[in-house]
Design a protein around this ligand. Structure first.
Ligand SMILES: C[S@@+](CC[C@H](N)C(=O)[O-])C[C@H]1O[C@@H](n2cnc3c(N)ncnc32)[C@H](O)[C@@H]1O
Length: 272
C-alpha cells in the first residue's frame, strides 16, 4: 500500500499542528509503519481513506488516534545515567542550599512518556537516605499523549520495560511483581504526579519549578515551535533553576531564553 504525497501532507500537517513536531522527508517512512495498525483497527482500505477521514468533523477521535500513532515514546529508566548522577550530586545540591528554608524542590519532567524518567528521579531521591528527610520533593511528569500519561500514573511496567536501564537491585527494592508486570511502590508514587499537557501551551501549574527535564522531546520540533516551547519553559522555571535536555540537544541556536550553565556542564539556566 503506497502513501500518496497528499495523504502524507495531511498526516504531517496534523502532527505539526497538534504537537509542534515536523516529519522531515527522511522520516516519512515512519508514517506508513506507524499508521498501518490504525488502518486495520478502523478497517480502512488505504492511507488516503484515513487521511480523508480526518476531514470528517463527526470523527474527532480519528485525529487523536493518528497523532498518538505518530508520536515516538521511546524511554527507559536512568536514560543517560551520567546526567542523572551529575544532576543529583551537583545541580540539585546547589539548588537545595538556597532552599534550605522552604525545604521544597519542584521538578518538571516535560515530555515524560510512560514515566520512567520521573520514577528514576524519585528513586534517586528516595535512595539518598536521610539527605532529603523533611524535604518536599514534587516531581511532575507531563506529556501530550493521554495514553502514556495514564500508563505513567499507573506506575506499572512490563518485564521488558523494567529491565531497561534499571539494575535488579533497584527493581526489587522499588517495584512489586504483579502478575507479569512490576508495580511501583507507594513510596515512589507519592513523589510523582502525571498530567496531560501540550508543551505548545502554558505550563500546567502555578508558580515555578526548580528543575526542568525536557529530554529527547524537542529534537523533531519545527524551529518556531521549538523556540515557543523554550519561551514557555523559561516562564515556568525559577531564576536560578536548571534545565536538562537530552544528550544530543542544546539551546544554542534554538532560543535566547536559556544559556549553558557555567558551573554545571550539559545543563542550562534561564537568561534573566
Ligand atoms: C522520545 S520521548 C522522551 C521521553 C523522556 N523524556 C526520555 O528522554 O526518555 C518524547 C515524548 O515527548 C512527547 N511529546 C511530543 N510532543 C509533545 C508536546 N507538544 N507536548 C508534550 N509532550 C510532547 C511524546 O509524546 C513522547 O512521549
Amino acid at each position: 500500500m503506497e502513501l500518496s504525497p497528499v495523504a502524507m501532507r495531511a498526516f504531517a500537517g496534523l502532527l505539526k499542528q497538534r504537537t509542534g513536531q515536523e516529519l522531515a522527508a527522511s522520516r516519512h517512512w515512519r508514517i506508513e509503519t506507524a499508521l498501518k495498525p490504525l488502518l486495520k483497527d478502523r478497517d480502512l482500505p488505504s492511507y488516503e481513506s484515513l487521511a480523508a477521514g480526518l476531514a470528517d468533523p463527526r470523527d474527532v477521535q480519528l485525529a487523536d488516534a493518528v497523532v498518538e500513532a505518530l508520536l515516538n515514546h521511546e524511554t527507559f529508566f536512568y536514560r543517560e545515567q551520567a546526567a542523572f548522577t551529575q544532576l543529583m550530586d551537583g545541580g540539585i545540591e546547589e539548588l537545595a542550599a538556597s532552599r534550605a528554608g522552604s525545604r521544597k524542590l519542584r521538578i518538571w519532567c516535560a515530555g515524560c512518556s510512560t514515566g520512567q524518567e520521573a520514577y528514576s528521579l524519585a528513586m534517586a531521591f528516595a535512595e539518598a537516605g536521610d539527605r532529603w528527610r523533611d524535604w518536599t520533593i514534587e516531581i511532575i511528569g507531563t506529556d501530550v499523549s493521554a495514553g502514556v500519561v495514564s500508563r505513567a500514573a499507573g506506575g506499572s511496567y512490563t518485564q521488558f520495560e523494567i529491565q531497561r536501564g534499571l539494575p535488579v537491585r533497584q527493581m526489587m527494592r522499588w517495584f512489586v511483581p504483579e502478575g507479569e508486570d512490576w508495580q511501583a511502590r507507594p513510596e515512589l508514587r507519592r513523589m510523582v504526579r502525571f498530567e496531560r499537557h501540550n508543551l505548545l501551551q502554558s505550563a500546567p501549574f502555578t508558580g515555578t519549578v526548580d528543575v526542568i527535564l525536557c529530554r529527547n522531546v524537542l529534537l523533531y520540533f519545527a524551529a518556531e515551535e521549538r523556540a515557543r516551547v523554550f519561551d514557555g519553559l523559561a516562564g515556568a522555571i525559577a531564576p536560578d533553576g536548571l534545565l536538562m535536555l537530552g544528550a544530543g540537544e542544546t539551546v544554542l541556536g534554538n532560543t535566547t531564553r536559556f544559556e549553558p550553565h557555567p558551573a554545571h556542564r550539559g545543563f542550562y539556566r534561564p537568561v534573566i
